[in-house]
Design a protein. Structure first.
Length: 109
């Protein structure tokens, strides 16, 4: 398990401490719940739904990104693509009319 340091304004830390205490959670557990709710779309619980809704109002919910390659649709969380995905995208990008041909055609060349 990783350990993370968090720097924040004293007032924010105090609000987080009180929110955690109100739910009878440790600050670590509360912050982990908030981060999990912000990044895991599969998380289902009343508390997580409430947190996701509040984070969503601030546009802080990380959602999977839909990627289109040819006719295939892939759901991905934001992150680095695999080597196979890169090669497939490069292959798809190499088809069709090149930009230089389109520009030259528009100039009457």
């Amino acid at each position: 398990m990783a350990q993370v340091s968090w720097r924040a304004d004293d007032e924010l830390v105090d609000r987080v401490r009180r929110a955690a205490a109100a739910q009878r959670r440790s600050m670590n557990d509360f912050i982990s719940l908030v981060m999990e709710a912000a990044t895991n779309p599969d998380l289902v619980s009343d508390e997580a739904a409430r947190i996701r809704e509040r984070l969503g109002r601030m546009d802080l919910v990380v959602t999977p990104m839909r990627v289109y390659v040819d006719e295939d649709v892939h759901d991905h969380a934001l992150g680095d693509p695999s080597q196979e995905e890169i090669e497939k995208a490069m292959e798809a990008a190499g088809r069709g009319t090149s930009l230089s041909d389109i520009v030259s055609e528009g100039r009457g060349e």
